[in-house]
Design a protein around this ligand. Structure first.
Ligand code: SF4
Length: 303
């Protein structure tokens, strides 16, 4: 790994930890472990931070704070979940007010296990996060270079197999959230998705000629129904999902209303859509573990 030319700045946020992991994070900043030797500086301002270190699980109180900090950080950014609480919810996972690990509300790039995580492991995690940050810098620079490395275009039925593979990869994290690997996107067959091509408009996002994202939609009456917005896990957090959503909305210029749905525990998805103008309007129960949350958006000129 060649290190970044700029010193990466870190921000530390204590979600709901017992302070065990926080003490170890602070130990990394002391002269004994001295992470500053990697050029790293600790900052209290998310607008200056490249790397977010989070300790503790996510609960209803800190969920919006974590999302707020994350969205104030400039792109590219990296999130490191420190300790088993931040990684999965740990021993607090089953508590009535705990939502689980950090990945439930924002994307996590590096997980540092342990209870408490040892300073050596935290430093290892931070060094790994530098490699992730560097890769994100490279990808964004390429995407902004005007060299057409990211193309969003109509997918054809020949792309069905690749899109289905990507869909099964992208929905793994959703299945884990609900503890249910029988969700429809994971069970869809090649014949079914090929059949969908005859009824729906499919878009694909290609990065350096590899399909890394997709979305599909169809219109019925005044509403455009948007489905299965997916981005490859390794290419998330680079703005590809936003571009796909905007592109599919643009494909239906005569639709005054857009509708989509996600699961009630998919807080990252809910936040993503709400940030882009969608609002909840109804719920429906799929099974005892999953409630579908429907969101809608009205095109500005039709309001
Ligand atoms: S992982 Fe252990 S030490 Fe760290 S916050 Fe959770 S309970 Fe505390």
């Amino acid at each position: 790994m060649s290190f970044l030319s700029k010193s990466p700045w870190i921000m530390h946020y204590d979600g709901s930890s017992c302070n065990g992991c926080d003490i170890e994070v602070l130990a990394c900043l002391t002269p004994v472990y001295d992470v500053e030797r990697f050029g790293i500086i600790n900052t209290g301002n998310p607008k200056h931070a490249d790397i977010l270190l989070i300790t503790g699980a996510i609960n209803e109180q800190n969920r919006s704070v974590v999302q707020n900090i994350y969205h104030q950080m400039p792109d590219p950014k990296v999130v490191v979940a420190i300790g088993i609480c931040a990684s999965t919810g740990g021993i607090f996972k089953e508590c009535y007010n705990v939502l689980g690990g950090v990945e439930n509300v924002i994307p996590v790039d590096v997980y540092v296990p342990g209870c408490a995580a040892r300073p050596e492991s935290i430093i290892d995690g931070v060094v790994k996060s530098l490699a992730v940050l560097e890769e994100k810098h490279r990808s964004i620079a390429l995407m902004n270079s005007g060299k057409d490395v990211l193309a969003i275009e109509t997918a054809s039925v020949e792309d069905a197999k690749t899109i289905l593979h990507l869909q099964k990869e992208a929905y793994q994290s959703e299945a884990e959230i609900y503890g249910n690997f029988d969700i429809a996107p994971l069970k869809q067959t090649l014949d079914e998705i090929r059949h969908d091509f005859s009824k729906k408009c499919f878009l694909k996002a290609s990065f350096k000629n590899h399909i890394v994202g997709s979305v599909r939609a169809y219109s019925d009456g005044e509403t455009c129904f948007i489905e299965r917005l997916i981005v490859a896990p390794s290419k998330q957090d680079l703005g590809i999902g936003s571009k796909l959503l905007k592109a599919i909305e643009d494909r239906f210029p005569d639709s005054p209303r857009f509708e989509l749905f996600t699961g009630h525990k998919s807080r990252r998805n809910l936040f993503f859509y709400q940030k882009r103008g969608y609002s909840e309007f109804k719920h429906s129960i799929v099974c005892d573990k999953i409630t579908r949350v429907y969101l809608e958006k009205h095109r500005a000129e039709h309001k």
